[in-house]
Design a protein around this ligand. Sequence first.
Ligand code: FES
Length: 116
Amino acid sequence: MPKITFIEPDKTITVEGKAGETLLEIAEEHHVKMGSACGGVCACSSCHCWIREGLKTLPEMEESEEDRLDMGFDVRPYSRLGCQVKVGTHDLTVEITEESITTWYNEHPDERKPAS
Ligand code: FES
């Protein structure tokens, strides 16, 4: 099973994924802060992430993912949408973008740390 390492600003975790699962599904299973405003149907860009390792092992983007990523912030050559990337057998390192984390906190307001 592929190992997926998720990088958040304050922590990095490595988990096992199953081939065919999306990065968003794996993130949700392991409480990783990947936003999903549209519920994973390629209708927003809140699951935007950067594939730091393993990008070349992934299938090319469909046109719908490319179009949707155009709406994202700080899009880079290694940007992908977590809900559209199905993992294969290769390990991946995935950095969660600020855009995605912000959405995740909006979806989970109880997880915000109280202001000190
Ligand atoms: S969750 Fe909306 S495009 Fe991925």
